[in-house]
Design a protein around this ligand. Structure first.
Ligand SMILES: Cc1cc2nc3c(=O)[nH]c(=O)nc-3n(C[C@H](O)[C@H](O)[C@H](O)COP(=O)(O)OP(=O)(O)OC[C@H]3O[C@@H](n4cnc5c(N)ncnc54)[C@H](O)[C@@H]3O)c2cc1C
Length: 386
């Protein structure tokens, strides 16, 4: 399918593909086994300016927007979803600064994120506030020219490895979600510590940790937007980052489909390749159709975001749900095509299936996002959009 990418987009995609094939594929099984954070690859991505892609040019980025970001994530995830998530989570952690940072905050943080010198993370989830993000309990209490943060966040991607955190905390407990605010917290701030790296089913090289805030004092200058805007910062951040989660799934499904086609051609049973069976051919055909439909939806959503559209909650949610459900199905079917060896760690299929699951869970579970899509539909009183 021709998606008419610009020269820059093709260049960025080509470079990400080269790194994925030459540097990530050879180490992905080892990273999965050891659960080691992929620092060597992160440094390489920084050297070839991959972290500049989603940062505007005026802050030392390449101005590649959401489309550029999605293309890089897709290519990295075709090789390893865990590595790709590490990159995608930097964009997630940066979005609150991009969307709500003032000029001083942007000048201070965006160039060093663009250079890859400092990774970022986004901290919203707490033990009693997952899908119900409005139930967060972490507080940020004003004290002179500072805010004092107390509480804990859990399941934070890049936690412990990142140096810049965008955190949502309550500045007014009486107002519920409307009393939340967003803050930048730097890693070395006294009172800010981390839990152990979580042991996960998939994306095992990605770091997931708890964040603890114990009288953690941050300057007032680190407030993003205004007090009380934490909920809107969260919603707008997730609207823009969900195409990235969809791209994690597209890359993953693409890699899995390619592996299945190769295997189906070379594996012989009953004196002929298993690809000669229509049952296998139809599985491959279904995978290819669903994958391309998801890809078209994701690129269209990313382009809508880059066009400057104000409201794309529905599009972002649809892209995320459709692509992540697709990848779960594709990777499960790929294991089936590999048969017994598909279940073994010596082959890439089982890792892809394990990696696919998380994309249906984070950044809004697919059930919760279906609720959101339905809500948007019903709000429109059955009027056609567009
Ligand atoms: C590996 C990993 C990385 C993560 N990274 C980050 C990160 O970087 N930053 C961050 O802030 N968070 C992160 N998260 C948290 C993630 O976004 C949450 O886990 C997710 O939103 C779900 O919340 P929960 O786990 O508390 O599940 P729950 O909210 O307890 O949901 C449990 C089940 O109930 C269903 N459910 C809940 N409410 C409804 C409803 N109203 N309608 C229908 N079904 C419902 C859910 O769909 C789910 O199936 C990460 C999580 C994981 C596992």
């Amino acid at each position: 399918m021709e998606y008419f990418f610009t020269e820059q987009q093709q260049m960025v995609r080509g470079l990400a593909r080269k790194i994925a094939e030459e540097q990530i594929v050879p180490v992905r099984a080892e990273l999965d086994e050891t659960e080691e954070f992929p620092w060597a690859i992160v440094k390489l991505l920084a050297e070839v300016d991959m972290f500049r892609v989603f940062i505007p040019e005026e802050y030392e980025g390449l101005g590649g927007g959401n489309v550029g970001l999605c293309l890089v994530i897709e290519e990295l995830s075709r090789a390893c979803c865990g590595v790709a998530l590490t990159y995608a989570a930097v964009a997630l952690g940066t979005l609150p600064i991009l969307l709500y940072g003032n000029e001083e905050q942007k000048r201070k943080y965006l160039p060093e994120i663009a250079s890859g010198a400092r990774l970022t993370a986004f901290g919203l989830t707490e033990s009693d506030a997952g899908s119900d993000a409005g139930s967060i309990q972490t507080t940020a209490t004003r004290s002179g020219d500072s805010y004092v943060i107390n509480g804990a966040k859990r399941f934070i991607t890049n936690g412990g490895e990142a140096e810049i955190y965008t955190i949502i905390a309550l500045t007014d407990k009486t107002r519920g979600p409307r009393g939340s605010s967003a803050f930048i917290v730097e890693k070395d701030t006294p009172g800010f510590t981390f839990g152990r790296k979580e042991k996960k089913m998939g994306i095992r090289c990605s770091a997931t940790r708890e964040l603890f805030f114990d009288d953690c004092k941050v300057p007032k200058a680190n407030l993003l937007g205004k007090e009380g805007q934490g909920f809107i910062v969260t919603m707008k951040t997730l609207d823009s980052s969900r195409p990235g989660v969809a791209s994690l799934s597209i890359g993953l499904a693409q890699g899995a489909l390619e592996a299945a086609v190769d295997y189906a051609r070379q594996r012989h049973q009953f004196g002929r390749p298993i690809s000669a069976n229509q049952a296998i051919q139809h599985m491959l055909a279904n995978m290819a159709m669903e994958l391309e439909a998801a890809r078209a939806l994701v690129y269209a959503t990313a382009r809508t975001i880059d066009s400057g559209a104000r409201d794309f909650t529905e599009e972002g949610a649809m892209a995320k749900v459709f692509a992540t459900d697709m990848a779960m199905k594709v990777t499960t079917d790929v294991v089936q095509i590999f048969g017994g060896v598909g279940y073994m760690r010596d082959y890439p299929a089982e890792k892809m299936m394990r990696d696919a699951k998380i994309n249906q869970i984070y950044e809004g579970t697919n059930q919760v996002l279906r609720n959101e899509i339905a809500l948007e539909l019903l709000k429109r009183k059955a009027k056609r959009k567009g």
